[in-house]
Design a protein around this ligand. Structure first.
Ligand SMILES: CC(C)(COP(=O)(O)OP(=O)(O)OC[C@H]1O[C@@H](n2cnc3c(N)ncnc32)[C@H](O)[C@@H]1OP(=O)(O)O)[C@@H](O)C(=O)NCCC(=O)NCCS
Length: 157
């Protein structure tokens, strides 16, 4: 049986801002989860620039998920969201996304954009559940492996 379905119970996590002290742990997760992981420097830059932010989800005494975003004028971008494979289908990403949607809505953003691989069915299902839909397809956007990106949007009320 798929372990992601087995672990149904919600894990109540503590969501807080990502700091430089979290990056070693975040990078370990990032490398385990993505075929084309971000570098330490990419995260470091992202949490230090005005308008950019990162959140971590802590549960079971460790970081079990994280998400990053940036804001330009009234436009927000979700740059990544990921959950430790041992803690999936426990609403961790849901809690991260809800926090980000709250932050960007309070900052008067009208919509939030993201890119996702068309082959990433789990992420597509997750995003669709929370109000994102596909705007257009951007050819050859991803590397390792090469793949188009679907650009998705969620309008914020
Ligand atoms: C996509 C991802 C972030 C979801 O994290 P998660 O914590 O497991 O998601 P949640 O438990 O909050 O899921 C909320 C809802 O999204 C949908 N969903 C999430 N994962 C799903 C899956 N594998 N299959 C189908 N629907 C899924 C479900 O509707 C789920 O609600 P339910 O569990 O009550 O049915 C996680 O699978 C992940 O880290 N994937 C690898 C990294 C990645 O691809 N990130 C996105 C890059 S664009």
């Amino acid at each position: 049986m798929n372990s992601e379905i087995k672990n149904k119970k919600k894990l109540q996590v503590n969501i807080r801002a990502m700091t430089k002290n979290d990056l070693a742990e975040v990078i370990l997760l990032e490398r385990n989860i993505f075929p084309d992981p971000w570098s330490y420097e990419a995260f470091e830059e992202q949490i230090e620039i005005e308008g950019w932010g990162g959140l971590v989800a802590e549960g079971d005494g460790q970081i079990v998920g994280y998400a990053c975003y940036y804001i330009v004028n009234d436009e927000a971008h979700l740059t990544n969201i990921a959950v430790d494979s041992n803690y999936r289908r426990k609403s961790v990403a849901k809690q991260l996304l809800e926090n980000i949607l709250k932050v960007v809505t309070e900052r008067n953003c009208e919509f939030i954009l993201l890119e996702v691989r068309p082959s990433n069915e789990k992420a597509l299902k997750f995003y669709e559940k929370y109000g994102f839909h596909v705007l257009y397809r951007r050819p050859n956007y991803y590397r390792k492996p090469l793949e188009d990106a679907l650009v998705m949007v969620c309008y914020l009320s």
